[in-house]
Design a protein around this ligand. Structure first.
Ligand code: ADP
Length: 185
């Protein structure tokens, strides 16, 4: 069983690689971005609240995000392994996750750190065409990633295995490296 965290800038390929991993390792794919977008589509209270932040490229407040994940991790499909895609994104979220996993008696297997340079992620995001993918919000999201999310790697350095993956080039080639690393765990 593997329990993974995917970390990477917006546009670093987390979603794409998560789909390959899900196909081969049969684990629950937990994407906070997808969960928020689903709530927006369904017009839930949570969706309306999250949208205010997402439209600007800001982070949805920790309290909302942490509660949502805490409920999600208790669901049955996570018992055979999961992959967190887009969470944690702040040190506070990482600390909350530590507590959650401790109380559920779950151990993390690894953190996959997807690395792509700014020019590459900008190119990918601008060609994706999602409503929050305009130049202004992208700049904000990249800054937030550097200031708030990237420091999380240090938090995990002495807690679990951190696997660095160069996420540039063809999705299949990037995945070949990920698959190899995951099979070696
Ligand atoms: P990307 O990786 O391109 O930013 P996501 O789908 O992961 O795309 O996230 C989209 C938006 O959802 C983020 O800009 C943010 O507003 C919100 N979001 C997703 N995950 C989190 C999180 N862990 N904490 C706070 N906000 C989040």
């Amino acid at each position: 069983m593997i329990n993974l965290i995917l970390i990477g800038a917006p546009g670093s390929g987390k979603g794409t690689q998560a789909n390959f991993i899900k196909r081969d390792f049969n684990i629950a794919h937990i994407s906070t971005g997808d969960m928020f977008r689903e709530n927006i589509t369904n017009n839930t209270e949570l969706g309306l609240e999250a949208k205010k932040y997402m439209d600007k490229g800001d982070l949805v407040p920790d309290e909302i995000t942490v509660n949502m994940i805490s409920e999600r991790l208790k669901q049955d499909d996570c018992k055979t392994g999961f992959m967190l895609d887009g969470f944690p994104r702040t040190i506070e979220q990482a600390k909350s996750l530590d507590e959650m996993l401790k109380s559920l008696n779950i151990k993390l297997t690894a953190v996959l750190n997807l690395k792509a340079d700014d020019a590459e992620v900008l190119k990918r995001l601008l060609s994706r065409g999602r409503s929050d993918d305009n130049e202004k919000t992208i700049k904000n999201r990249l800054n937030i990633f550097k200031n708030q999310s990237e420091p999380i790697l240090e938090h995990y350095q002495d807690k679990t295995k951190v696997i660095d993956v160069i996420s540039q080039g063809l999705p299949n080639d990037i995945y070949a490296n990920i698959e190899k690393s995951l099979k070696e765990i």
